[in-house]
Design a protein around this ligand. Structure first.
Ligand code: S3P
Length: 175
Protein backbone atom coordinates (compact mmCIF):
# COMPACT_ATOMS: atom_id res chain seq x y z
CA UNK A 1 0.00 0.00 0.00
CA UNK A 2 1.60 3.29 -1.04
CA UNK A 3 -0.42 5.64 1.16
CA UNK A 4 -2.58 4.82 4.13
CA UNK A 5 -4.50 6.83 6.68
CA UNK A 6 -5.52 5.68 10.13
CA UNK A 7 -8.60 7.24 11.71
CA UNK A 8 -8.89 6.88 15.49
CA UNK A 9 -12.43 6.80 16.82
CA UNK A 10 -13.86 6.53 20.33
CA UNK A 11 -15.21 8.31 23.36
CA UNK A 12 -13.60 11.49 24.61
CA UNK A 13 -10.72 10.83 26.95
CA UNK A 14 -9.90 7.38 25.59
CA UNK A 15 -6.51 8.69 24.42
CA UNK A 16 -7.00 9.19 20.67
CA UNK A 17 -4.68 12.21 20.49
CA UNK A 18 -1.83 10.90 22.64
CA UNK A 19 -1.93 7.49 20.98
CA UNK A 20 -2.39 8.98 17.53
CA UNK A 21 0.64 11.26 17.88
CA UNK A 22 2.81 8.41 19.12
CA UNK A 23 1.62 6.09 16.35
CA UNK A 24 2.27 8.74 13.71
CA UNK A 25 5.81 9.31 15.08
CA UNK A 26 6.58 5.60 15.07
CA UNK A 27 5.40 5.24 11.48
CA UNK A 28 6.79 8.57 10.25
CA UNK A 29 3.27 9.61 9.35
CA UNK A 30 1.55 12.98 9.68
CA UNK A 31 -0.81 13.53 12.62
CA UNK A 32 -3.94 15.67 12.81
CA UNK A 33 -6.59 16.17 15.46
CA UNK A 34 -9.99 17.28 14.12
CA UNK A 35 -10.78 19.31 17.27
CA UNK A 36 -7.51 21.24 16.91
CA UNK A 37 -8.18 21.95 13.23
CA UNK A 38 -11.64 23.28 14.07
CA UNK A 39 -10.22 25.43 16.88
CA UNK A 40 -7.64 27.02 14.60
CA UNK A 41 -10.15 27.58 11.79
CA UNK A 42 -12.63 29.25 14.14
CA UNK A 43 -10.04 30.98 16.31
CA UNK A 44 -11.90 29.65 19.37
CA UNK A 45 -11.67 26.75 21.76
CA UNK A 46 -14.16 23.87 21.42
CA UNK A 47 -15.67 25.00 24.70
CA UNK A 48 -16.20 28.55 23.38
CA UNK A 49 -17.76 27.20 20.18
CA UNK A 50 -20.21 25.08 22.21
CA UNK A 51 -21.00 27.97 24.58
CA UNK A 52 -21.42 30.64 21.90
CA UNK A 53 -22.91 28.71 18.96
CA UNK A 54 -24.21 25.44 20.41
CA UNK A 55 -23.59 21.80 19.63
CA UNK A 56 -25.34 21.59 16.24
CA UNK A 57 -23.13 24.38 14.88
CA UNK A 58 -20.07 22.45 16.07
CA UNK A 59 -21.37 19.25 14.42
CA UNK A 60 -21.73 21.11 11.14
CA UNK A 61 -18.13 22.35 11.45
CA UNK A 62 -16.99 18.74 11.96
CA UNK A 63 -18.86 17.54 8.85
CA UNK A 64 -17.57 20.47 6.75
CA UNK A 65 -14.01 19.79 7.87
CA UNK A 66 -14.25 16.11 6.93
CA UNK A 67 -15.42 16.96 3.43
CA UNK A 68 -12.39 19.23 2.94
CA UNK A 69 -9.73 16.89 4.29
CA UNK A 70 -7.10 15.64 1.87
CA UNK A 71 -5.04 13.05 3.66
CA UNK A 72 -1.87 11.24 2.79
CA UNK A 73 -0.08 8.96 5.25
CA UNK A 74 -1.86 10.56 8.15
CA UNK A 75 -3.11 9.45 11.55
CA UNK A 76 -6.30 11.30 12.47
CA UNK A 77 -7.69 11.75 15.96
CA UNK A 78 -11.43 12.45 15.66
CA UNK A 79 -13.73 14.20 18.13
CA UNK A 80 -15.69 11.65 20.19
CA UNK A 81 -19.05 12.60 18.68
CA UNK A 82 -17.94 12.94 15.08
CA UNK A 83 -18.89 9.40 13.89
CA UNK A 84 -22.48 9.87 15.06
CA UNK A 85 -23.53 12.86 12.97
CA UNK A 86 -24.04 13.78 9.30
CA UNK A 87 -23.13 10.34 7.91
CA UNK A 88 -19.57 11.00 9.00
CA UNK A 89 -18.77 7.28 9.44
CA UNK A 90 -19.21 6.86 5.67
CA UNK A 91 -17.06 9.90 4.90
CA UNK A 92 -14.41 8.56 7.29
CA UNK A 93 -14.49 5.18 5.50
CA UNK A 94 -13.46 6.94 2.30
CA UNK A 95 -10.59 8.65 4.09
CA UNK A 96 -8.88 5.66 5.70
CA UNK A 97 -8.95 2.69 8.06
CA UNK A 98 -11.25 3.43 10.97
CA UNK A 99 -10.00 2.12 14.31
CA UNK A 100 -12.31 2.14 17.31
CA UNK A 101 -10.54 2.39 20.68
CA UNK A 102 -13.03 0.66 22.96
CA UNK A 103 -13.15 1.32 26.71
CA UNK A 104 -15.77 0.68 29.40
CA UNK A 105 -17.53 3.60 31.15
CA UNK A 106 -16.12 2.71 34.58
CA UNK A 107 -12.51 2.82 33.36
CA UNK A 108 -13.12 6.02 31.43
CA UNK A 109 -14.95 7.84 34.24
CA UNK A 110 -11.92 7.48 36.54
CA UNK A 111 -9.72 9.16 33.92
CA UNK A 112 -12.19 11.86 32.93
CA UNK A 113 -13.20 12.92 36.44
CA UNK A 114 -10.08 15.07 36.83
CA UNK A 115 -10.53 16.91 33.53
CA UNK A 116 -14.35 17.02 33.28
CA UNK A 117 -14.60 20.83 33.64
CA UNK A 118 -12.76 21.32 30.36
CA UNK A 119 -15.22 19.11 28.49
CA UNK A 120 -18.37 20.93 27.30
CA UNK A 121 -20.53 17.81 27.46
CA UNK A 122 -19.38 16.84 30.96
CA UNK A 123 -18.93 20.08 32.82
CA UNK A 124 -22.22 19.81 34.79
CA UNK A 125 -21.59 16.39 36.35
CA UNK A 126 -21.44 16.39 40.14
CA UNK A 127 -20.01 13.00 41.05
CA UNK A 128 -17.94 10.21 39.57
CA UNK A 129 -21.01 7.91 39.62
CA UNK A 130 -22.97 10.46 37.64
CA UNK A 131 -20.05 10.77 35.24
CA UNK A 132 -20.02 7.02 34.71
CA UNK A 133 -23.76 7.12 34.00
CA UNK A 134 -23.38 9.95 31.49
CA UNK A 135 -20.58 8.08 29.71
CA UNK A 136 -22.61 4.84 29.68
CA UNK A 137 -25.59 6.67 28.14
CA UNK A 138 -23.36 8.33 25.57
CA UNK A 139 -21.77 5.00 24.70
CA UNK A 140 -25.11 3.26 24.27
CA UNK A 141 -26.10 5.89 21.69
CA UNK A 142 -22.76 5.94 19.92
CA UNK A 143 -21.63 2.33 19.98
CA UNK A 144 -23.49 1.26 16.85
CA UNK A 145 -21.65 3.93 14.87
CA UNK A 146 -18.26 3.23 16.44
CA UNK A 147 -18.64 -0.48 15.79
CA UNK A 148 -18.83 0.04 12.04
CA UNK A 149 -15.07 0.63 12.24
CA UNK A 150 -12.65 -1.53 10.29
CA UNK A 151 -10.82 -2.56 13.47
CA UNK A 152 -11.93 -2.58 17.10
CA UNK A 153 -9.26 -2.49 19.78
CA UNK A 154 -10.07 -3.11 23.44
CA UNK A 155 -7.96 -0.60 25.36
CA UNK A 156 -9.16 -1.41 28.88
CA UNK A 157 -6.23 -2.00 31.22
CA UNK A 158 -3.69 -1.20 28.52
CA UNK A 159 -1.01 1.45 28.79
CA UNK A 160 -0.63 3.85 25.83
CA UNK A 161 2.57 2.12 24.73
CA UNK A 162 0.81 -1.27 24.51
CA UNK A 163 -2.04 0.26 22.52
CA UNK A 164 0.48 1.79 20.11
CA UNK A 165 2.17 -1.62 19.71
CA UNK A 166 -1.22 -3.23 18.91
CA UNK A 167 -1.92 -0.53 16.34
CA UNK A 168 1.51 -0.96 14.78
CA UNK A 169 0.68 -4.64 14.23
CA UNK A 170 -2.65 -3.70 12.69
CA UNK A 171 -1.02 -1.23 10.29
CA UNK A 172 1.68 -3.73 9.35
CA UNK A 173 -1.00 -6.25 8.38
CA UNK A 174 -2.57 -3.70 6.05
CA UNK A 175 0.56 -3.48 3.99
C1 S3P B 1 -16.94 15.49 22.01
C2 S3P B 1 -15.63 15.11 22.13
C3 S3P B 1 -14.52 16.09 22.06
C4 S3P B 1 -14.93 17.33 21.28
C5 S3P B 1 -16.21 17.89 21.81
C6 S3P B 1 -17.36 16.88 21.74
C7 S3P B 1 -17.99 14.44 22.08
O1 S3P B 1 -13.39 15.51 21.42
O2 S3P B 1 -15.07 17.03 19.91
O3 S3P B 1 -15.99 18.30 23.11
O4 S3P B 1 -19.11 14.69 21.62
O5 S3P B 1 -17.68 13.34 22.57
P1 S3P B 1 -12.42 14.40 22.08
O6 S3P B 1 -13.09 13.08 21.89
O7 S3P B 1 -11.17 14.52 21.28
O8 S3P B 1 -12.25 14.77 23.49
Amino acid sequence: MSSCNIILIGLMGVGKSVIGKELADRLSMEFIDTDNLIESKEGKSIREIFDERGESYFRQLEADLLKELKLENTVVSTGGGMPVYHNNMDTLAELGERVYLEITPDRLSTRLWVVRKKRPLLKEVQSIDELEMVIAEQLSLREKFYKKSDFILDVNDKASCEIVEDLLKFVKNLK
